[in-house]
Every structure is written in C-alpha cells, then in structure tokens.
Ligand binder design. Sequence first.
Ligand code: AMP
Ligand code: MG
Length: 487
Amino acid sequence: MKALDELIFDNRFARLGDAFSTHVLPEPLDNPRLVVASNAAMALLDLDPAVAETPLFAEIFGGHKLWAEAEPRAMVYSGHQFGGYTPQLGDGRGLLLGEVYNQAGEHWDLHLKGAGQTPYSRMGDGRAVLRSSIREFLASEALHALGIPSSRALCVIGSDTPVWREKQERGAMVLRMARSHIRFGHFEYFYYTKKPEQQKALAEHVLSLHYPECQEQPEPYLAMFRAIVERNAELIAKWQAYGFCHGVMNTDNMSILGITFDFGPFAFLDDFDAHFVCNHSDHEGRYSFSNQVPIGQWNLSALAQALTPFISVEALTEALGLYLPLYQANYLDLMRRRLGLTSAEDDDQKLVERLLKLMQNSGVDYTLFFRRLGDESAALAVAKLRDDFVDLAGFDAWAELYKARVERDGDYSEEQRRERMHAVNPLYILRNYLAQNAITAAESGDYSEVRRLHEVLSKPFEEQAGMEQYAQRPPDWGKHLEISCSS
Ligand code: AMP
Ligand code: MG
C-alpha cells in the first residue's frame, strides 16, 4: 500500500510535446472536501483507502497541490459533434495530471476534470459542477462493476466555488482514470490540420503502448484499426444488452480503447424503450438508444477517414465491415445469457426481438424483467411476469416459445438457473432518479447517500440486505428527469 506521495509517474503523453498538449496548472477550488472516493479505483494505484480521508487528498484533487513529477497538460483534439466537424476542441476543463504506474506495471492516466480554464476552453468557464461530477463518478464505477469497459473514477471533490449554469451551483472536480485519454478526435485533429508527422507520432504512441500485439502484423496500423473496430463493437453490444444510453456519442467522446468515456446526459433505461433519447438537447434523436449501434459505425468511419494517410481505403472499408456482424454476435451472445440460455439456435435473435417489442409496448422495466426471469423456473417466472404486459396474448405466445427453448437448452436445476442468470442480470443499476436523490442530498452537504449508492452499485449482481429501495422502478417524478449537456 502506498501513501499519496509515493505514486510513481511516467508521463509518456506529455513527452510527445507541445503539438499535442499545453502545460496548464489546475485552478484551485475554495474549501475542497471529499465527497466520495472509490476504494476499487484507489487499489488500481496501490493507494491505501485511508488516504482519501486526509486533508492532502482533497487539496491535491481540489487543485491546490501537485506532485513534483506531475506534468499537468491540456490535450488538443477535435471531432464530429452531432454529425458536424468542429476543427478544434481539446481539454477545455480537464487536465491530464500525469501517468502513474502501479505495482502490476499498469499505467493509469490521472485526469482532473473541472480544473479550470485552458487554451481550449472557448467560451466555457473550465469548471464542472457537483451534480455532473457525481453522475460521472457513479456511472463509471457502476459500469465497471457491470463488466462494461469504462473510464474509472477515483474521487469527487466538492467545494464552495460558485459556478453558473442555469442557476448558481457549486464547483467540483472528478479524478478520472483510464489507460489512455486518446479519442478518435485526436486523430481527426492532426488529419484535418494536415500535420502528418504528428499524426504518425500519435499513431506510433497508441500502437506501441496500447496495441503492441498489432506491431507483429504485416500492416500494424490496419491491425490496430481492426482492433479498435472490434473493441467498439463489443462495447456497444454491452451498452445495448444492459440498456445504457451514452447521450453524446460525438467522435471527441469516443475512446481509442473502446471504453465508455466522457459522461454527460447518459441514462440507463428504466422501462424498455428503443427510441429513448436521454439528452434533452438532442432534438433529432441522433443518439437515441437504438441509434447507438449505427452511430458506432459512423464514428468508426470518421476515424477511418482520419487514417487514410496510413491505410488504403479498401482495407479500411473492409475492416469497417467487421463492425456490424461483430456487434450482432456479441449482442446476441449477451442476450442469450440474460435469458438463461447456454446454447445457440438460429431463431434466438427473433426470440429476443419479439420480447423487446412486447416490453416496449407495455413499458416493462428492462432490468427487473431479466432479474425476475431468473428468480425461478422458466414456467413459474413467466407466469408471474405476465401481469406486467398489456398484450397478454402476445406475451403468452412468447412465453410458450421461451419455455420450449429453455427445455431444449438443457437439463439443469432451478438453483443452477438462478445462479447463472443472476450472475449476468443485475438487480441494481444507476437509475437517474437514484443519482438525483444522491445529488440533492450532496448539494445540501450530506454525502452519505452518494457513498451508499456507490457501494450498492459496486456489487450490482448481489442481493444486498436492507437495500430493497435501490431495486425498484422509479417513482413518477423520477421517470422523466430532463438531463441536458450543461454540466
Ligand atoms: P463535452 O460535451 O463535455 O464532451 O465537451 C465538449 C467540449 O467542450 C470539450 O472540448 C470540453 O472540454 C469543452 N467544455 C465542456 N464544458 C466546458 C466548460 N465548462 N468549460 C470549458 N470547456 C468546456
Ligand atoms: Mg467530451
């Protein structure tokens, strides 16, 4: 276990030089204090969890102090936002403090979000509010616990610094961790500004640090692009299978590692709704739940365009063609498991589609349906779940197909079925209204609810005593919370 001053830095991105990022110091918050910390994320840095409670911790992650070896940098990138190209974005309110490596030899970027203005702030104040910092913290750690690749969050630091959004709020910082903060938009920036040397240096950096296995391939850059396609297909299959809606899938928010990245107005589905748009400002529904699948491909093709100086268009097109079949295979595999199936049959896709249509028409809770389906035998479970559906004849027909399918799948006990299904069907997810309750309490200085919710969500598949209230459908007020980009 390490103390805070024992972290070991190796700032590889900073060494790429000033064409890639700018040195900026964090702007401290007034009266910084710990809101919540993740022990699991602390463990990735070999940090003793007790250090989170020390004044030094809040001072460092509230922007007051820095390690001598940290080299805080604002990264430059660009990206396609809602389909249109924005030539320059960059870290407008976050700083890459440095890269730390742990005892296992893993490098982790430490990125402080809400750290003040940078050359890339445009009209922004460089700040993040407590509300959005808590949402990012809870979501990153909850996704990780669900087995969905995501950036991680070490802590949220609250403060007395006033920040103006629609109303006055308080500034906060979230310490985000990822193996890399490089986005599709990094490659787009050097492509559209016609800087082939820097673009090559960036590609070499990503290749050697994050895709070393591709260096052995005859065309390393193409192999790397293929791997990025694969990882994104797997990621989006997981989002779709677990009902996660990202909300702002601009190419500057897409990670070259295929992890969930840059949390804004995201949401987990409560009732199943394929057309759900979680971002109140997304009037055309570009990033609706079901559109995430084709948008994943659209974003990869924007990255492919930026890689045309290195890879032929034919090869890029062929690699892009892997996306949809890979997505479908991964998605179907996850949905089979969610239904408790251990084998594959040709009609499984239809079985899933029919179920989702019925859930859509009846507004069935997406998470609880699968959890309850695993509570007992298929016959008993569908008999109980039937009441949630409006189209009873439709559901009965589906239930007959499902029971017959389960029968063909294998001869296992109810206990085996429950164990297997509960291991993939969470009881607890980060519902918007749960986050909102925690935020309301935190805004009045009570951090206990954020901490409790974080704890519950860190074991989403395990039924936890006394935590029934976290496994309920939302109350009426919590169903249609409006979440915008203003964070
Ligand atoms: P986002 O919507 O959070 O992905 O941000 C898009 C771009 O706007 C990025 O370049 C951010 O750094 C920048 N940005 C967002 N909010 C702020 C802010 N309050 N101050 C400065 N820049 C911001
Ligand atoms: Mg962003």
